[in-house]
Ligand binder design. Structure first.
Ligand SMILES: [Zn+2]
Length: 216
């Protein structure tokens, strides 16, 4: 969860000029004390508010801390560097609706070195690239295709394919929910990388093989 706290900061400061400096409340700029920086606990104790100005703290912080904690106890050690970068991509895409090339090329290279499922990577990449081409970038971004390449390379056919199916399921459920609650329309742009990364985690952790289930 401490790593999650760090990844939150990395994602929010990614691509900005000043990457250093101590964490402060984005509303009143008060520098946070050590006891305000404890993952999850600080958020709960302060009831999601800044101790100084009472501004609401984003749910992103405790949720990412919790997710990172879960990732660290469920993902094999050699996959952790990739998943840490996935989490940064998840946060960045959520905010900016784009996946930075530096991050996605990094995970492609690491996945290629350690995962080596070349065919699975290429099939998933081609699927997303075609979807991007046909929809002229409306359904999916090209960054999602690159992320799909990494997921395939890392997880292989069974888990990789399952990750993508699960991503579409979660994406559909969340989109329907947002349409009802927030008046989102079919044309609204919903970042897809967070669903793909959740899918990759579930596919890997549960050792899913939906391809096999479907074709039995
Ligand atoms: Zn404040």
């Amino acid at each position: 969860m401490v790593f999650g706290s760090f990844l939150n900061v990395v994602a929010l400061r990614f691509g900005k000029k000043s990457i250093g400096g101590r964490s402060a409340c984005p509303h009143c700029r008060k520098v946070l004390k050590w006891h305000e920086l404890i993952p999850i606990l600080s958020f709960l104790v302060q009831r999601g508010k800044c101790g100084n100005c009472e501004a609401k703290i984003s749910y992103q912080y405790p949720l990412i801390e919790l997710f990172t904690g879960l990732v660290f106890i469920t993902v094999p050690l050699w996959m952790l560097p990739v998943f840490c970068i996935y989490i940064v991509i998840l946060i960045y895409d959520f905010h900016h609706k784009i996946i930075p090339d530096t991050l996605v090329y990094s995970v492609i290279i690491i996945s290629l070195l350690f995962g080596r499922h070349l065919l699975a990577g290429l099939i998933i990449f081609t699927f997303f690239a075609l979807l991007w081409l046909i929809s002229k970038g409306r359904i999916i971004g090209f960054g999602d295709a690159k992320l799909g390449l990494s997921i395939g390379l890392l997880l292989g056919g069974a888990q990789g394919f399952s990750a993508i199916v699960v991503a579409f399921w979660i994406g559909a459920i969340v989109s329907l929910f947002l349409m009802r609650r927030k008046g989102l329309t079919m044309k609204s742009e919903v970042p897809f990388a967070p669903f793909m990364i959740l899918g990759a985690w579930l596919g890997m952790m549960l050792n899913l093989d939906l391809l096999h289930v479907i074709s039995f």
